[in-house]
Design a protein around this ligand. Structure first.
Ligand SMILES: NC(=O)c1ccc[n+]([C@@H]2O[C@H](COP(=O)([O-])OP(=O)(O)OC[C@H]3O[C@@H](n4cnc5c(N)ncnc54)[C@H](O)[C@@H]3O)[C@@H](O)[C@H]2O)c1
Length: 322
């Protein structure tokens, strides 16, 4: 566990960001949460407030509202960070197909500005959030990190560019940076545009769920606390610098199986329809996490059923129907 450190979390008001904040605050770390609170979805301020409520602003954390494509946001900060976690990105595969230029600029320039700032300020560690989407439709599974990169959306291309920049800064300047490829993350405060949050909301309202394609597509769903554990392990291990790791669960299930479990947990009548497959969606995500296991000691603990139950309970408690 990372303790007593000064840490910047770019994109810290987002789904994974707030979960990382929640894990790091009790360990006597000082956090600077940098986020532009973009309006891709609502509830970020409330999510962040819910994880910081027992801590003291200015002693335990600072919130900096700013867009990281403006490099003065970082250069105006007067902190000596031990670690920067870069989770800032415009997420959403489908959104990126409609808004390719915006997503490209946002994700790549913000990642570049963070690396440049880290280099100029001798930051000891940068951790970059990449994505399993860089692989595109796999040629073989489970995908190890050496699998060819064939991204099929502007979002996936932007994530891969961020990795290539990270690699360039490591090779050229020895900047200690690690890239992590996340696999469909879910859990409390999950993004409302993602399947699990969206489906539970529809189930609560007794509305029909629309499934893209025939529902046979496989996803390596990863519970957020496992993922955050991987982020922290990468952040604290010096040996992870210059490396790329898959952070998944290595246990994919089909969307049809997922939905059956969601109806089983919620005990509501099943209402499902199948619609056209969406551009940018891959047929399978399936991680080989041997490298993360060996070098980081990353071991996901939460199985899909337990993770869905925890997510369901959070959604019920927070009455988060959107
Ligand atoms: N959730 C997943 O399943 C998943 C899978 C693969 C990769 N990732 C990556 O993990 C990271 C976090 O994802 P998330 O699901 O928490 O998304 P999220 O949208 O909830 O969080 C991203 C945060 O970044 C902020 N942000 C975006 N652009 C910014 C900018 N230019 N300046 C400052 N802040 C900015 C947003 O306001 C948001 O709060 C992202 O980089 C995403 O690409 C997520």
């Amino acid at each position: 566990m990372i303790k007593n450190k000064s840490i910047a979390i770019a994109g810290g008001a987002g789904f994974i960001g707030t979960s990382l904040v929640e894990q790091l605050l009790p360990e006597n770390n000082f956090l600077v949460i940098i986020d532009n609170f973009n309006d891709y979805y609502q509830g970020k301020k409330e999510n962040l407030a819910s994880v910081t409520k027992n801590y003291k602003n200015s002693k335990d954390f600072e919130i900096v509202k700013g867009n990281l494509i403006d490099k003065t946001i970082l250069s105006n900060l007067d902190y000596d960070f031990d670690i920067i976690f870069n989770l800032a990105a415009q997420a959403g595969v489908r959104y990126s197909i409609e808004n390719a230029a915006e997503v490209t600029k946002n994700n790549i320039v913000s990642a570049l500005n963070i690396l440049e700032y880290a280099l100029n300020n001798d930051i000891k560690k940068v951790v970059y959030a990449s994505s399993s989407s860089v692989y595109g439709n796999p040629i073989y599974t489970p995908c190890d990190e050496a699998h060819p990169k064939n991204p099929i959306s502007p979002y996936a291309v932007s994530k891969l560019c961020g990795e290539i920049y990270a690699d360039y800064y490591f090779r050229e300047y020895k900047l200690p940076v690690t890239s992590l490829r996340f696999y469909t993350v879910y859990g409390p405060r999950g993004r409302p545009d993602m399947a699990i949050r969206k489906f539970f909301n529809l189930i609560f309202q007794n509305k029909e769920i629309s499934i893209y394609g025939d529902g046979s597509q496989l996803r390596d769903f990863t519970y957020v606390s496992d993922l955050v554990n991987g982020l922290i392990l990468a952040g604290e291990k010096a040996e992870s610098s210059g490396e790329v790791f898959n952070l998944g669960c290595s246990n994919p299930i089909s969307v049809n199986e997922l939905i059956n479990k969601m109806y089983e947990i919620s005990r509501r009548p099943k209402k499902v329809k199948y619609i056209e497959k969406q551009r940018g969606d891959v047929d399978i995500t399936y991680s080989n996490t041997n490298k993360a296991k060996e070098l980081l000691n990353y071991i996901p603990k939460i199985n899909i059923y337990d993770g869905l139950k925890k997510t369901y309970e959070w959604q019920i408690k927070h009455n988060s129907i959107q």
